[in-house]
Design a protein around this ligand. Sequence first.
Ligand code: CU
Length: 280
Amino acid sequence: MMKIWGNFGRFMAAVFAVLIAGPAFAENGPQPWAMGMIDAASPVKERIHDLHTLLLYIITGIVIFVLALLIWVVVRYNEKANPVPSKTSHHTLIEIVWTVVPVLILLVIAVPSFRLLYFVDRARDPEMTIKVVGHQWYWSYEFPDHGGFTYDSYMLSDEDTKKMGGKRLLEVDNKLVLPVGTTIRVLVSSTDVMHSWLVPQFGVQIYAFPGRTNETWLKANREGIFYGQCNQICGINHGFMPITIEVLSKEKFATWVEEAKKKYAALPTLPATGVQLASR
Ligand SMILES: [Cu+2]
């Protein structure tokens, strides 16, 4: 019983925190009792939040307006208050208004919506490119601009997560390491079935198709660890191919690249598919 009230207290505290300060959680990834949208860590995600806020204002206005109309009709035109109903069936002005106003609202929504779609679509002047390849059931990452080394990224078992610390079902053996403040083109493909590379804090969600390369981009606005998951049901271990991204300063990233080149000695890969020519 105490536990329920304890949780309820935390829930209410979270509600107030969101109402007062907006959702802001210092730690990345999912949090217990977190509410609202996850912290944005890229320009794309910031703009997604902005569009969401705009839509929230618009839909709140519509809901209040429609509710007010309903209440007015119920109170003013019920059988008792209005025993002799009007027989009016057409009213040109009102009909024009209720056609034109929704069209204008849709236009107001469409403009920022299309702007965002084109902004998300591809990077302008990317500073580097990485390749993300989905497999049943792990991800592999390639760095074509840094000598073309590639490595696989598998989920850690519960035991290893306990030993090494971190979030259950979200930690991996080899993280995807990226530099902060860098516009990164992300090419996404698959070797077997459809996967999807979803990293909420970067506002990235893109399908990984076999035999096809999709493009997206990201630019981390701060250092830290960020989490994602495959969100296309891709087989029995679909839930066990998480994405863990470590964003480092540019200097630390350069050091990591040098180490990684030795650690994951480069293997030639087929362009676009990521299929390795030599087996390891
Ligand atoms: Cu998958």
